[in-house]
Write a protein that binds this ligand. Structure first.
Ligand code: AMP
Length: 216
């Protein structure tokens, strides 16, 4: 079992937060809270929040802090979070981090580790624009690095894979710019709290090894 179990995964879009969440979850059952996935579900269900969020997401911009932090606070009250959680893609601003601190305090929980996936810009853009997601099960592929066995068909469930609208080159560049301006300050924020674990671009097995040895 993981000892350090309440985790945040930070990194530019395409840095591997989702992929490594899945790998860690295969070994350790815990809640996976991806704010991007929650928002995409709202968009799919065509809710009021989903319609508003879609405009911002398609432009590569962030959804307002208070809305997203409220969503995460509610999600943290679910029973599965008692086994620990990975916050994947949240917080993305200092304000969100402060709101998270307040929420955790009121729920009697604390953070154990913040893992920062540090990847260079060229790799990010190459990866993002080649990324594909399964329409049904959400599995992440990459046309260059991790292609589906049959073109455009998910290996696991046989459904079609597609490119997220916000993974186009233009939007990917805006998202990267937003990451540097609004999210990167979190590294110092969590470093001061002694919670940071920085992982640079390495192969997949090595990252799993590091995550397991650092967190167990
Ligand atoms: P992701 O799948 O994590 O890359 O998120 C996709 C998009 O959802 C982002 O580009 C934002 O528009 C929105 N989003 C996800 N998480 C957050 C967050 N913590 N704060 C604000 N917007 C978010």
């Amino acid at each position: 079992m993981l000892k350090q179990k309440n985790l945040i995964f930070v990194g530019a879009p395409g840095a591997g937060k989702g992929t490594f969440s899945s790998l860690l979850l295969e070994r350790h059952p815990m809640a996976h809270i991806s704010t991007g996935d929650i928002l995409r579900d709202e968009v799919k269900r065509d809710t009021e929040l989903g319609r508003e969020a879609a405009k911002l997401m398609n432009a590569g911009k962030l959804v307002p802090d208070e809305i997203i932090a409220g969503m995460v606070r509610d999600r943290l009250t679910w029973a599965d979070c008692e086994n620990g959680f990975i916050l994947d893609g949240f917080p993305r601003t200092i304000r969100q981090a402060e709101l998270l601190d307040e929420a955790l305090k009121s729920l009697g929980k604390q953070l154990d580790r913040v893992v920062y996936f540090k990847v260079d810009d060229q790799t990010i853009l190459k990866r993002l624009t080649a990324r594909q997601n399964c329409k049904k099960c959400g599995k992440i592929y990459n046309k260059l690095f991790m292609p589906t066995k049959v073109e455009n068909i998910c290996d696991d469930c046989g459904s079609e894979v597609f490119q997220r609208p916000d993974d186009s080159l233009e939007t990917a560049k805006s998202r990267l710019e937003v990451f540097y301006r609004q999210t990167l300050p979190l590294i110092e924020y969590y470093s001061k709290k002694n919670l940071l674990l920085e992982i640079t671009e390495l192969d997949k097995d090595r990252i799993c090894e590091i995550l397991s040895s650092e967190l167990e």
